[in-house]
Ligand binder design. Structure first.
Ligand code: CMC
Length: 428
């Protein structure tokens, strides 16, 4: 017998058999539940999509209770240990690890598309000196759609592949231009001899030397951070990418929207918020008082908690271990002691334990970024660079999914019923 859910409507006494597939019922199957034939039918109410699967996906798997994260079936720990960002991006986008020939061609194609059109540089120069780099990033990615109008051809696989290469290649350059603009230094040109993370470091930090040599520990740390941030299934920004893409907008416009969703302090802006929080706490002695304030509802412990993970975020574990390697090169971030003390107290405290609030990916990443010389407002940009691979993979999966249509939720209308317009002079 097929799995079904039996629903009894006590208003009418009717029974309904709703098929269960993949542990899920289709929300539209509930539409048959109605009292009279002219009714719209039953809907589900799910603000913030707490219990709604918006798609079927084969990209990323999270087991939030057990702290498991898989990209295309591969555990994040193995990828962080053995892969590099471009290989992981390929895996996320195309479903399998690349062969040697596929990898080499992919890395070459990305390297060949890292340069930005000079008018992009001019556009970016137009921002105020103190413009937030994430604002610059979002606007510039959106502007790319005007440079590549061929991107509108979203149903051409060839065009999608070209835009994918352009986006993954150019986001580090845009990010680096935003950084250089904010510190008043000229833009660097890409160095094709370097890998993805190494070239990014060169774009950011090269001064007058002819060739920038990235520190191998920091270069590898950045690759790992990029791997850890490459995708995370249906989070706020990815859902935004899918929603904008569902109207058949070009990928640059959709990605600018996704990056805007990432900017908020509850999502990709959290690592920036963690550092600001640590500065605000100021000293290890103030940690207990800060925790007390959080528990009384005055603000949140940033970098803690997650909609899906109800255990230690596996990415946070990897980052915490990596921090030691980075600090051996850069010197210890003085805020680390405070972060460790916050974690220690929170993990023993009933408030956090009962709500299953553990450190998430953003709790320690900011400390590493800061030690590597990034200003705090670059943190969300550093998140957006690798997440570009995930956003594009999810966007393509959505476009190729025959179940998908333009994203258009319903509402429960609780406003005024029909009433007549009252001219201004007749209003009370
Ligand atoms: N500090 C203190 N209390 C918290 C926190 C926190 N960081 N997170 C959740 N809670 C409490 C919350 O007040 C609520 O308590 P109560 O049941 O008494 O009202 C309970 O825990 C459940 O919280 P929620 O807001 O219903 O949970 P959510 O799934 O809607 O929110 C979250 C998830 C990530 C937005 C939230 O945990 C949060 O705001 N964390 C801080 C921001 C942060 O670190 N964000 C990064 C997320 S990971 C990377 C990414 O997605 O970009």
């Amino acid at each position: 017998m097929a799995d079904t859910l039996t629903i009894t409507d006590n208003r009418t006494g009717k029974h309904y058999e709703v098929p269960i597939q993949d542990g899920t019922i289709k929300a539209t199957d509930l539409r048959q539940v109605k009292v009279t034939n002219d009714e719209f039918g039953m809907m589900t109410y799910d603000p913030a999509f707490m219990n709604t699967a918006s798609c079927k996906s084969r990209i990323t798997y999270i087991d939030g209770d057990n702290g498991v994260l898989l990209y295309r079936g591969y555990p994040i720990e193995q990828l962080a240990e053995q892969s590099d960002f471009l290989e992981t991006a390929w895996l996320i986008l195309f479903g399998e690890l690349p062969s040697k020939a596929e990898y080499d061609k992919w890395a070459h194609q990305i390297t060949m598309h890292t340069m930005l059109h000079t008018n992009i540089a001019k556009l970016m120069e137009g921002f105020r000196h103190d413009a937030h780099p994430m604002g610059m990033f979002i606007s510039t990615v959106g502007a790319l759609s005007t440079f590549y109008p061929d991107a509108k051809d979203i149903f051409s696989q060839e065009s999608r592949r070209l835009q994918t290469i352009r986006l993954i290649a150019k986001v580090p350059s845009i990010a680096a231009y935003a950084f250089r603009h904010s510190i008043g230094r000229p833009f660097n040109q890409p160095d094709n001899e370097l890998g993805y993370a190494g070239n990014f470091l060169s774009l950011l930090f090269r001064m007058t030397e002819l060739r920038y040599k990235p520190n191998p520990v920091l270069e590898r740390a950045l690759e790992v951070l990029f791997i850890l941030h490459a995708d995370h299934e249906q989070n706020c920004s990815t859902s935004t990418m899918r929603a904008i893409g569902s109207s058949h907008a070009d990928p640059y416009s959709a990605l600018a929207g996704a990056a805007a969703a990432l900017y908020g302090p509850l999502h990709g802006g959290a690592n920036e918020a963690v550092l600001r929080m640590l500065h605000e706490i100021g000293s290890i002695n103030n940690v207990p008082a800060f925790i007390k304030r959080v528990k009384s509802g005055e603000g949140r412990l940033m970098g803690f908690g997650h909609r899906v993970y109800k255990s230690y975020d596996p990415r946070a574990k990897i980052i915490k271990r990596m921090a030691d390697l980075v600090f051996e090169v850069t010197g210890k971030n003085p805020l680390l002691e405070m972060a460790l003390e916050l974690e220690r107290i929170a993990l023993e405290d009933e408030y956090f334990v009962s709500r299953k609030l553990y450190p998430n990916v953003d709790f320690y990443s900011g400390l590493i970024y800061q030690a590597m010389g990034f200003p705090v407002d670059m943190f969300p940009v550093l998140f957006a660079i690798p997440r570009t691979a995930g956003w594009i993979a999810q966007w393509e999966e959505m476009l190729n999914d025959p179940d998908q249509k333009i994203a258009r939720p319903r509402q429960i209308y609780l406003g005024a019923s029909t009433r007549d317009y009252v001219p201004k002079d007749k209003r009370k």
